[in-house]
Design a protein around this ligand. Structure first.
Ligand SMILES: [Zn+2]
Length: 90
């Protein structure tokens, strides 16, 4: 059996195969985005394709910890919105 890369969701803390998670990236320009391709430059964190996990990551400061800075509230809201769109589409 092939070993899958495992990552931890910054929302619920579950360990899952990387391909089941979505990457959140902080670009070299300092933007925080959902990276559906998983190939963007920058510091990354992983999260379930679930708006609930995004809310948890915001509430528990998982996002802030991952990027070592306070993530602004409007950015959090945008990420939550994007995640809702992705979750609905899959
Ligand atoms: Zn999760």
């Amino acid at each position: 059996m092939k070993k899958l890369p495992i990552r931890t969701c910054i929302g619920c803390g579950c360990e899952k195969p990387k391909k089941e998670l979505i990457r959140v990236v902080k670009t070299p320009e300092g933007q925080i985005l959902l990276d559906e391709s998983g190939r963007m430059n920058g510091r990354g964190a992983y999260i379930c394709r679930d708006p609930e996990c995004m809310r948890k990551a915001i509430r528990t400061k998982g996002l802030d910890r991952s990027f070592r800075e306070k993530v602004p509230e409007d950015v959090c809201r945008q990420l939550e919105k994007e995640m809702s769109g992705i979750a609905e589409g899959s």
